[in-house]
Ligand binder design. Structure first.
Ligand code: 5GP
Length: 114
């Protein structure tokens, strides 16, 4: 499984604006934010895409979502609402092949996504 820029951020080899960390999850602000709040929640353990996750990763996937929801509450955007997104592979718009959950908030989201 190839290393990515997110692996380097997890290992503190390159800087990021880290907003949350626990034993399994690191969260940092997106370099190119698409909303006033745009944070990426990444597992410290590398899973390239959602296709590569297995039943053994169920807890970890749940932790990513719960960390995103907790952060939204902490930022005070939980009541007005937000969006969580996992892009998978080319047509899904994935560009970094280290699975991550986007948390987007602070503006009205549109549906369907482009
Ligand atoms: P994807 O397209 O794979 O779902 O999302 C990758 C996200 O990572 C993009 O929103 C992009 O702006 C962000 N990104 C790419 N490189 C870096 C980086 O070096 N640092 C940070 N903080 N975000 C990055």
């Amino acid at each position: 499984m190839g290393d990515t820029i997110f692996g380097k951020i997890v290992r503190r080899e390159i800087p990021a604006d880290i907003v949350y960390e626990d034993d399994d999850v690191l969260a940092f602000r997106d370099l190119n934010p698409q909303a006033p709040v745009h944070v990426l929640f990444v597992p410290k353990q590398v899973i390239a895409t959602l296709n590569d996750a297995s039943a053994a990763d169920a807890d970890l996937l749940g932790k990513l979502l719960l960390a995103a929801a907790s952060y939204a509450k902490r930022e005070g955007v939980d009541k007005e609402g937000y969006r969580t997104v996992i892009n998978c592979n080319e047509q899904g718009g994935q560009t970094v092949f280290h699975l991550h959950v986007h948390l987007l908030a602070g503006r009205r989201m549109t549906w369907p996504p482009g």
